[in-house]
Design a protein around this ligand. Structure first.
Ligand code: ATP
Ligand code: MG
Length: 578
């Protein structure tokens, strides 16, 4: 196997953040083609979304692949909107797609194309095929066409209109364009082979009549080319070298090649790869649209969705998504990627880049009885142990604090190293405290306050002669800010959503607890002015991002991107190194 190393300077289109790895099978094909001079050393790819929805993490795989190849081999990648379906497409989607591709870190320069820009050319090619006897106007309706098509085991039958003369076909096709016939009354079909083992070759429809407004061409057209009569030619027009698509187009390749042969025009090479499937995730645009329309989520950018806007709002970084795409690789067979692979990618990136702050999700008041009422002290806290250049900040420390409710137990199991009555714990970056008294609400029995003493000699020092294992986070009660925090869990409770038993629907597996809103979270003052999109690690709680939709100036709302993995292992390690 050939391997090649990546260097930051040979990927002009994207920051290089992927580790060195063996070539994938597509890179091998491209390298072979470069060696044999198949496309005169050119590498020209494209990302071809249909503007009928928002991009998701599956599209990111295709984007990273296409732009990544171009960048790696000194080629170019076009952004092309495959907008052949006037009914489902909108400019809103076009704009959002551009925004998302840019956000992911890719640049298509001035190579922004629309299949609809090729409508006139495609029409001319359709006439050319009529003239060469390769296309005919058919009066069968959709249902009849299906009946005539045959099955995988039986050949189809020729349409009774197949032998129309060239002049008649030309006349009818022109009249179709002129708007003389109602929707669905006629089609233009290829004269291929009704007995072909590949059903796509059985006289496929090239044009249909559709009196519909198109988001770009308006009412210019009332006939629209089929996707299959558009995609290959669009690639050809743009002189794409490697036309990369997902596996379901494998048996369309034959038809695309047939059209290009008949028209005698430039041939790109189509290469298929397996689409991304993620556990606990639905990815089809139809299904995502349904979730949005049925208001099961708050919109296309709901942080629980795998859309790029959802992931962005959740706090995912472009670097993390690119790294994920690189890591999962490309293959020819279908498989599922565990969603934890995605989560780990963002953890890795945020671990290196996100400043640490302290926040308490479910506050429990702690009063330090040996600290005076008016006492305000500032303790130094390191912003990011992974990044010395991030420096340190001063965190206010006062008589009254909040700690996490979960960090105190009246009756604790053996390995509970946090606070218990009479026990000691270290406050992160600060002192060791001992719990002397537990105050409860008389009527409910709920613990409402802890009275503790603070050992002032223990700032940054190991206590002599006693073992304090736990370190907990805290905020000063008088200076902290109250903020809303949203915790997310997987949207579905089922691992694989594309092989549901008959009669079942993915909605049955929606997780009722996928969103938890906490209104009474307390955060240290340094993060209170955080701007939308800013990301933090809340110590011991995970990575959080300031919500870009619901935050107000001075009143950030935080979305949890991912919890920290293995929190306790980390804390224990930190203890040992003290
Ligand atoms: P969906 O099935 O979600 O509706 P689609 O294939 O219809 O997606 P397009 O807009 O046609 O969506 O996709 C644009 C490009 O992204 C295509 O080249 C397509 O193959 C690729 N793509 C879409 N989904 C995935 C996926 N899950 N994994 C990898 N590539 C994908
Ligand atoms: Mg598609």
């Amino acid at each position: 196997m050939t391997t090649s190393k990546r260097h930051a300077d040979d990927t002009p289109n994207r920051p290089d953040d992927s580790p060195t790895r063996p070539l994938n099978f597509i890179e091998q094909i491209v390298e072979d083609d470069l060696r044999t001079g198949k496309f005169q050393g050119r590498v020209q790819t494209r990302f071809p979304p249909e503007p009928n929805g928002y991009l998701h993490i599956g599209h990111a795989k295709s984007i990273c692949l296409n732009f990544g190849l171009a960048a790696r081999y000194g080629g170019l990648c076009n952004l092309r909107f495959d907008d052949t379906n006037p009914c489902k497409e909108e400019m809103e989607y076009v704009e959002s797609i551009k925004e998302d591709v840019r956000w992911l870190g890719f640049d298509w320069g001035d190579r922004e194309f629309f299949a609809s820009d090729y409508f006139e050319q495609l029409y001319q090619w359709a006439e050319q095929m009529i003239l060469s006897g390769d296309a005919f106007v058919c009066d069968l309706n959709n249902e009849q066409i299906r009946e005539y098509r045959g099955t995988l085991t039986e050949p189809g039958r020729n349409s009774p209109f197949r032998e129309r003369s060239v002049p008649e076909n030309l006349d009818l096709f022109r009249r179709m364009r002129a708007g003389e016939f109602p929707d669905g009354s006629r089609t233009l079909r290829a004269k291929a082979d009704m007995a072909h083992p590949n059903l796509n070759m059985r006289d496929p429809v090239m044009y249909r009549i559709l009196h519909a407004h198109h988001h770009r061409t308006g009412d210019t057209w009332c006939i629209y080319p089929m996707y299959d009569f558009t995609h290959g030619q669009s690639d050809s027009i743009e002189r794409i070298t490697h036309s990369i698509c997902t596996l379901e187009f494998e048996n369309h390749r034959r038809l695309y090649d047939w059209y290009l042969d008949r028209l005698g025009i430039y041939h790109p090479q189509q290469i298929e790869f397996a689409r991304l499937n993620l556990t606990y995730t639905v990815m089809s645009k139809r299904k995502l649209l349904e979730l949005v329309q049925e208001k099961r989520v708050s919109g296309w950018d709901d942080p629980r969705l795998p859309t790029l806007r959802g992931l962005r709002r959740r706090g995912y970084t472009p670097e993390a998504i690119r790294r994920f795409c690189d890591r999962i690789g490309v293959a020819k067979f279908h498989s599922y990627i565990d969603v934890t692979v995605l989560e780990n990618s963002v953890r890795e990136h945020l671990n290196a880049t996100a400043p640490r702050v302290m926040a308490v999700l479910r506050p429990l008041r702690v009063v330090l009885t040996n600290v005076p009422q008016e006492h305000v002290e500032h303790v130094a806290a390191i912003n990011n142990p992974e990044d010395p250049s991030a420096g340190a900040r001063q965190v206010p420390f006062t008589r009254e604090l909040f700690i996490e409710r979960d960090d105190f137990r009246e009756e604790a199991p053996k390995k509970f190293f946090r606070l218990v009555p009479g026990g000691e714990v270290r406050l992160r970056c600060a002192y060791i405290i001992r719990c002397d008294e537990v105050i409860k609400d008389e009527s409910t029995g709920e613990v409402i306050e802890l009275r503790c003493t603070c050992d002032r000699k223990t700032l940054g020092k190991k206590p002599v002669g006693r073992k304090v294992k736990g370190v907990i986070h805290w905020v000063a009660a008088s200076t902290c800010r109250k903020v809303q925090v949203r915790l997310y869990d997987r949207l579905y409770t089922r691992e694989r959503l594309d092989d549901l038993p008959p009669g079942e629907d993915a909605n049955q597996y929606l997780n009722p607890n996928s969103l938890e809103v906490i209104d009474d979270c307390r955060i240290e003052p340094s993060a209170a002015e955080a701007q939308p999109g800013q990301r933090f690690q809340f110590e011991r709680l995970g990575y959080f991002c300031v919500d870009s939709r619901d935050s107000q100036p001075g009143q950030p709302v935080f979305n949890r991107t991912v919890p920290l993995r293995d929190t306790w292992a980390k804390i224990d390690k930190a203890n040992k190194s003290r």
